[in-house]
Unconditional design. Structure first.
Length: 72
């Protein structure tokens, strides 16, 4: 049961920006421009999504660490 509506509506633009940033790092941005996401392989899309999750986890960890430093 997937709900595609973002919990924080303003985040949609930032997620799209992150998707392109990751695609560029993986050298898949040209493929996306040529073929579109719908014609990418499962592996390619999975690489982008997996790397997006890694970056989001890293960002969250940094935010939690910064809050701990402020309180501690």
């Amino acid at each position: 049961m997937s709900n595609k509506t973002p919990v924080v509506p303003e985040s949609e633009r930032q997620l799209e920006k992150l998707k392109w940033e990751v695609a560029e790092e993986l050298h898949l941005d040209d493929d996306i421009k040529e073929r579109g996401y719908e014609n990418m392989t499962t592996r390619e899309v999975g690489q982008i999504g997996g790397n997006m999750v890694k970056k989001m986890v890293q960002f969250a960890e940094e935010q939690m660490s910064n809050k701990a430093d402020i309180k501690g």
